[in-house]
Design a protein around this ligand. Structure first.
Ligand code: FE2
Ligand code: FE2
Length: 491
């Protein structure tokens, strides 16, 4: 998942739009509270009417509405200060609230109709937020969901809960969900996540046992079953809901990234078959991009996926790209202008192919942006030989846009450095460093990093990383001494 934590200036319309969506979902929550009250009255308006007549009930419901408004305000302030680039997009606000709404609804239904409130999937909200947004937000979202569940249990139960059940969401939810976040973070296999359900169950059982110590002495089995149900339900429901939200909100989860970077992925298989040279180039670029992303605190797995697909557009005319040629060069038979058209179209073709395959937009964005608005120098110089006038550079340039994210900037640099270093006759550390510096400076001279928030410090770290990786990958071959045994020579 990309790091989107940055404070960007908002225009008035951004405030208006985000506030609208927050008010909209606050109203949904309040309507949801009414529905819960109706369900708790066993769908009987007479019971509901009698409950509302009890002294203090209406006052409590007003408190609940005020508390909900404050919770929404808290969510708004959290995201505005922690990650305002994220909630600037309406779909992300909807994602945040839909996670909360779905998890609260499921917890309520399980608590009402299953054996015990302790069987609620307390860790569901934390796990969905972790995989669809990020770890820090998951901790915050878990706090909100536990608090909302407590509000529902405290204010909307027509028959008040027995004993400590009322505090279960606060105690179990807070303690076990944080553990769940740290257990599941970074796990790429769905099977391992499933197995984590058992581990998540253990603290739930422990909390349940502490809350209901007297029941433990008489009949502990229902408590243990409820604890296991809670842990396993959290994981199973998460795995069922995740692909849906992933698709609806175009979020790229760690599972999706592993799927995309599997060499058996349909589009990668096509690239390997139709443009094997490009496929190998993408593999080398992916290693470089991954190292650069780790070095500057971006997501290395996302960088790897973007690298795999950045040149996918070359499958349209693979033979026009050096890495797929073996002797014959079709550019020798066409004009430089036509060559430029074919070469630069690989960026836009790539974006189109990725969209046609319905892959995440981050991949098509990077494919389109990885050459920015740079010109193709070789063909510009070829064309200039046949022209008496100075040709406009833009006619020989990629259409852009320039990199919009740090990941796209990393790809631009890793891609260019890999090609340049490959063409160097001498690949000593100094020569590689010189080549990498040249690539970065040239792109800065042509304003390629103006539209993304990459810093000079990031560029310096990327330079060192690329130099170290490329000097390591393309080191000069050591001349092995020839071995002579008897009359035979071995090399
Ligand atoms: Fe490219
Ligand atoms: Fe490339």
């Amino acid at each position: 998942m990309s790091k989107e934590r940055k404070i960007k200036k908002w225009e008035l319309k951004d405030y208006a739009r985000t506030i609208f969506w927050f008010i909209f979902h606050t109203v949904i929550f309040i309507l949801g509270f009414m529905a819960i009250l109706y369900v708790n009255a066993n769908f009987d308006l007479k019971i509901l009417g009698a409950y509302l007549k009890i002294e203090g009930t209406v006052k409590n419901l007003i408190y609940l509405v005020i508390a909900m408004l404050l919770v929404s305000l808290g969510i708004y302030l959290y995201f505005y200060h922690e990650n305002n680039a994220f909630i600037k997009e309406s779909k992300n606000i909807n994602l945040v609230f839909i996670i909360l709404e779905v998890c609260i609804a499921i917890m309520f239904i399980v608590g009402k109709y299953m054996v015990m409130v302790y069987a609620r999937p307390f860790a569901l909200c934390a796990l969905l937020s972790l995989l669809l947004i990020e770890k820090r937000t998951a901790i915050f979202m878990n706090t909100v969901s536990c608090f909302l569940m407590f509000m529902i249990d405290a204010f909307l139960a027509i028959n008040p809960m027995e004993g400590h059940m009322l505090y279960s969401s606060l105690l179990i939810g807070f303690s076990t969900s944080i553990l769940a976040i740290y257990l599941v973070a970074g796990i790429s296999s769905r099977l391992k996540v499933f197995l984590m359900g058992f581990l998540i169950s253990l603290p739930i059982i422990l909390c349940t046992v502490c809350l209901e110590f007297s029941a433990l002495l008489t009949n502990p089995v229902p408590l243990i079953i409820a604890g296991f149900t809670s842990g396993m339900l959290s994981v199973v429901l998460m795995m069922a809901i995740l692909p849906l939200l992933e698709k609806i909100f175009s979020r790229v989860t760690v599972y999706k990234l592993y799927e995309l970077t599997d060499h058996k992925a349909p589009l990668l298989q096509r690239l390997n078959k139709e443009a094997p040279g490009t496929f190998n180039h993408c593999l080398v670029v992916s290693t470089l991009a991954e190292s650069c992303a780790s070095a500057i605190g971006e997501d290395p797995l996302l960088a790897r996926a973007c690298a795999y697909y950045h040149d996918i557009g070359k499958i349209v005319h693979p033979e026009y790209f050096t890495e797929n040629q073996s002797g014959y060069n079709p550019h020798n038979e066409i004009t430089p202008e036509l060559s430029v058209d074919i070469i630069r179209s690989h960026a836009t073709d790539g974006a189109k192919i990725i969209k046609d395959y319905k892959l995440p937009t981050i991949l098509s964005d990077v494919a389109e942006q990885h050459h920015g608005t740079l010109h193709i120098r070789y063909f510009y110089m070829q064309a200039s030989k046949f022209s008496e006038e100075t040709l406009p550079l833009k006619d020989f340039a990629y259409k852009g846009p320039r990199p919009q994210t740090k990941i796209a900037a990393i790809l631009m640099l890793a891609d260019a450095c890999e090609a340049k270093v490959r063409s160097l006759p001498m690949r000593s550390h100094e020569k590689v460093d010189e080549a990498v510096r040249e690539i970065i400076e040239e792109r800065m001279d042509f304003d390629q990093f103006f539209e993304c928030d990459i810093t000079m410090r990031d560029l310096d770290v990327i330079r060192k990383t690329l130099t170290n990786s490329l000097a390591g990958v393309h080191h000069d071959r050591v001349e092995y001494p020839k071995l002579k045994i008897g009359g035979n020579k071995y090399e």
